[in-house]
Ligand binder design. Structure first.
Ligand SMILES: [Zn+2]
Length: 145
């Protein structure tokens, strides 16, 4: 594996599949399984949960590239159908596998950076209502009188 220099930018660290906290430790244990702790700084990564987010983005991006490529080659070169049916699914599969890991790393880094509730950044349901925090409730009561 290529050793990358440590970065303080969480987005670069996420794309490089590095810890979003320090940018040095590995983010993944396996291909897509997130490590429990950063091996470099000990940052707790257990709360990381990107869900289906990276897969959705990759499906949309790779689907566009593969469909555009298939239509372009069909119109421009008119190859036999077996060539189209053997090349483009392979291109799609390779692109999906190549992009899924950096996309998941980027999404997890964005969750940690923005302190999303999925990354243990706080429970949205139990936090104070926005109106109470902003003092809007008092203004609304004044207008009712
Ligand atoms: Zn770390």
């Amino acid at each position: 594996m290529i050793e990358l220099p440590a970065t303080s930018n969480p987005f670069v660290a996420g794309l490089a599949c590095r810890c979003p906290n320090c940018g040095r430790g590995r983010l993944f244990e396996g291909f897509l399984r997130v490590a429990e702790r950063c091996e470099a700084c000990g940052f707790d990564l257990r709360a990381a949960d990107s869900g289906d987010g990276p897969a959705v983005f990759i499906i949309l991006i790779v689907g566009f590239v593969a469909c555009f490529g298939m239509l372009f080659t069909e119109i421009a070169y008119r190859p036999p159908i077996w060539v189209e049916l053997s090349v483009w699914p392979l291109v799609g599969a390779v692109l999906c596998l190549a992009l899924l890991r950096p996309a998941k790393g980027l999404m997890l880094a964005m969750q940690f950076h923005n302190r999303a509730s999925e990354a243990g950044g706080g429970d949205v349901a139990s936090s104070e209502p926005v109106a109470a925090v902003l003092g809007v409730q008092d203004d609304l009561q004044d207008h009712d009188r």
